[in-house]
Design a protein around this ligand. Structure first.
Ligand SMILES: Nc1nc2c(ncn2[C@@H]2O[C@H](COP(=O)(O)OP(=O)(O)O)[C@@H](O)[C@H]2O)c(=O)[nH]1
Ligand SMILES: [Mg+2]
Length: 497
């Protein structure tokens, strides 16, 4: 480690250089092949080269906007009891205002701008249409909290409103944003501690299963509205039960408990209830905050998983294409030979019939030879023009009908990968008519495979090293543990359940 550099700075530099390296790997080695074989329509890095992203989901009025305001330390997002804000808002940093100017929105951009500017990772979301575009915006804010990340505030999920009423497919939008996001907060409030099926389904469907657990954080918000500790525990229990019903798992995911003091100030029932338990949970907001601030670190994991997934899939696709091209080549060679044979046999048949009818008896051998050459040429031409293309088409259809035979699919991982690229492979073979260079495909396969085998390995080692460096990392502890830690500080007996 470099001497004289504070650990924090060293870590930041390490994260930055690893980030740059990973992006370069994608840009230099994966994207050219991905574009060439239509694995992807846009450069692969388009969705991941922007800043780390934190996506905030939850029911309407679960306090998403209020919590974000809490993080930003200013009233940037509108809050209110009724469904107040039906927009997706990207909150990102603006460093231009002088450091001592109050935290505020310094610039606003609308959806059309966001969806068309390649600087942002949202171009692929144009497909969600006009109605979505008009519910999509960006705010630049000079809050230090946003220095290294962007937050996406979302409209709440509404059980009563159908997809059609929104005018765009909410679940698909959430799915696309979730793929860009490095951290996803899913918020609940004590009043509706169970209605998150909509979010969960779209997250489950869009996030690779191995990243779901690392990327999603559950938050029980507005806990100041519980009348007592008992009430809080009841709500917590309900939420755990509902989560396990939805996730289908018995183990309970970690749930952060928090509330927004800014919003709680004007809460009515505050005086009537026994709020003493709240002070044990104050640290939860700080933990949540540092988990959110840890998004750049998560971005690295996200990137590493991204490189791993895409290099693995792309190399599988290339393996199939190389095998296809090899088969096509030997098929073409065989049909060429068949063509030669066909013209020889044809010429032989013509000659022998002419010979037996006596037409060519006594002709000069030189004339016979050139006539033979001409006839076999005509036969070969017939072959090339009429029969060869038919055989080629049959070969192509055969392959397309038995695409699974192109590569061995012996393990579940290979089966899963194949599922993800099967259609792309078929489409590429169909559109290119099988005309692509075997040499280039081989080289591309080698490059992508090296990225998958060596690159991913090196990245994982680097990430481990980074984990070992961690000072007081942002890994948040479970809520009861933090209760106990708090009581240790205050000298009071820890909670017993
Ligand atoms: N008491 C209390 N009220 C909150 C809290 N968070 C939000 N609210 C209030 O709940 C309402 C909905 O909050 P909002 O942030 O707009 O919810 P969103 O729809 O999820 O963005 C607003 O009236 C907020 O003032 C909280 O932690 N405690
Ligand atoms: Mg809101």
């Amino acid at each position: 480690m470099m001497k004289g550099l504070p650990m924090q700075v060293y870590q930041e530099n390490y994260i930055n250089s690893l980030h740059t390296e990973l992006l370069e790997m994608v840009e230099k080695y994966l994207t050219p092949a991905a574009l060439r074989y239509h694995y992807s329509e846009a450069p692969l890095e388009a969705s991941i080269k922007w800043r780390p992203v934190v996506l905030v989901l939850g029911n309407y009025s679960s306090g998403k906007s209020a919590l974000i305001n809490e993080f930003l330390e200013a009233d940037i997002q509108k809050t209110g009891q009724a469904p107040t804000d039906d927009s997706f808002t990207i909150l990102t940093y603006d460093e231009n205002p002088s450091p001592d100017s109050p935290i505020r929105v310094t610039e606003e951009r609308d959806g059309k701008f966001l969806l068309n500017d390649p600087e942002f990772p949202f171009e692929s979301m144009k497909k969600h249409g006009q109605r979505f575009a008009s519910h999509f915006r960006l705010k630049k804010v000079n809050s230090p909290f946003l220095k290294a990340l962007a937050i996406i505030d979302t409209p709440g999920m509404l059980d009563s409103i159908t997809e059609r009423d929104r005018g765009y497919n909410y679940q698909e939008v959430i799915g696309d944003l979730a793929q860009i996001a490095d951290l996803i907060l899913v918020l609940f409030d004590p009043h509706k501690a169970g209605t998150i099926r909509e979010a969960h389904t779209s997250l489950r469907e869009t996030l690779p299963s191995r990243t779901f657990e690392d990327r999603v954080l559950f938050v029980l918000n507005r806990i100041d509205e519980c009348a007592s500790l008992n009430d809080l525990l009841r709500v917590y229990g309900t939420l755990c039960w509902n989560l396990s019903q939805i996730t289908g798992r018995k183990d309970i995911p970690m749930i952060h408990l928090t509330y927004s003091p800014r919003a709680a100030i004007d809460s009515k029932n505050r005086l009537e209830s026994d709020m003493s338990y709240l002070r044990y949970l104050e640290n939860q907001r700080e933990e949540l905050k540092s988990a959110v601030l840890g998004a750049p670190r998560r971005r690295l994991d996200h990137l590493a998983a991204f490189v791993e997934t895409h290099s693995e899939r792309l190399s599988h696709m290339l393996e199939a294409l190389v095998n296809f091209q090899k088969k096509r080549r030997s098929h073409r060679f065989q049909s060429f030979l068949a063509g030669v044979l066909f013209s020889f046999v044809g010429t032989g048949v013509v000659f022998s019939s002419l010979f037996f009818t006596g037409i060519i008896a006594g002709l000069d051998p030189a004339i016979l030879l050139s006539a033979g050459g001409g006839i076999s040429g005509v036969f070969f031409l017939i072959w090339v023009m009429a029969i060869w293309p038919v055989m080629g088409r049959r070969f192509q259809n055969d392959i397309l009908n038995h695409l699974d035979d192109l590569t061995p699919l012996l393990t579940q991982t290979r089966l899963d990968n194949w599922q993800a690229i099967h259609e792309k492979t078929a489409a590429f073979l169909k559109n290119s008519n099988g005309r692509f260079s075997l040499r280039t495909a081989r080289q591309d396969h080698e490059t992508v495979l090296t990225v998958f085998q060596k690159g991913s390995h090196e990245v994982r080692e680097a990430l481990n090293e980074l984990a070992n460096l961690s000072v007081n990392d942002s890994v948040p502890g479970p809520f009861l543990a933090s209760l106990n830690r708090e009581s240790e500080k205050s000298g009071e007996p820890p909670f017993q359940m």
